[in-house]
Design a protein around this ligand. Sequence first.
Ligand SMILES: C[S@@+](CC[C@H](N)C(=O)[O-])C[C@H]1O[C@@H](n2cnc3c(N)ncnc32)[C@H](O)[C@@H]1O
Length: 343
Amino acid sequence: MTKIFALTTRGLESISAAEIAELEGVSITETSYRRIAAECSGPLAPLLTLRTVDDIYLDLDHWDGVFHTRDMLAQFNAWSDHLDVQQAAAEIRNVRPIPEKLIFSISVSFIGKRNYTADEVKLAVADSITFTHGWTYTPDDREANLNIRVFIEHEEAYIGVRLGSHAQHERLYKMVERPGALKPTVAAAMLRLVDVQAGQRLLDPCCGSGTILIEAALMGASVQGGDNDPDAVKATLQNMKDAEVQGQVEQWDARVLPLRDGSNKRIVTNLPWGRQTFVNEELGSFYTQVCGEMERIIAAEGRIAILTSTPHLLHFNYLQLIQSLEISLFGQNPTISIYGTTR
Ligand SMILES: C[S@@+](CC[C@H](N)C(=O)[O-])C[C@H]1O[C@@H](n2cnc3c(N)ncnc32)[C@H](O)[C@@H]1O
């Protein structure tokens, strides 16, 4: 039985836990702030197919009594002497090739004020691992064969070794980035929230660089989208090509869409927030018009998922709010709102 933990976007913990629980031989043991712990009795490679999590780690250790004082740095160093990184490396070798002479990086995150920095924690842990195992430390994750994660939550720390060669939220397909581009894991979570199925039509009327469309296409949906900015349309087409998926992408105005009434069962979109991406009018009026179009286009018993930092501006005449989830993203707390005719 291998103990693992996943880190996810704040607010998406239950969605990621559900996705993890679908894997054969995996049982969830704990779901807490941004972290899902599980036990895995089968092969580990399928964990790398998860789409809503930021990362998956082999569970190395749990440290209790992590205070804010600087004397913790010596304690981190001492605790790190006992980390069984060799066993973790052996398990990872069953999933992907890594050299004998290992180069490792460290990622550190914490909540709450501390009298030490993340970089100081990295050095304290790196110093111990270099000394104990003769591995080489690099501050640049792109050069590393293994990444060690120290996730400090109040007075507890969870230590893991990343299963994959790169962070799970970094998709290899994403080449052309635009302002306001969505985190792919959040796009995948939105698609799960409206239960997008293979073969189903999926529409994103404000597609930007195409993250939602690509994630949906990778799930087997038949995707259509557009944006009023021709550069966004170009970026989406390029990203789709890189991701080796197909779909219909057009330059259009989401307030007057060239689509039939009731023609789509699923609409998933990340509307402009008026911060990184702008609209040429008052945001409230733009939202009212786009919501009107989505309400016209959505099929009976369809579902709409919308990510925005101003959910109070969403306005539908007959669709009901079914679910609302606040998440943390880009230092803000936007909401994913799910609308439909039936609960
Ligand atoms: C928040 S971004 C979408 C980001 C996208 N999810 C991604 O991953 O790149 C909102 C998009 O809405 C587009 N937009 C603004 N006004 C529009 C309109 N009237 N019709 C269609 N798209 C519009 C912007 O050009 C921008 O690309």
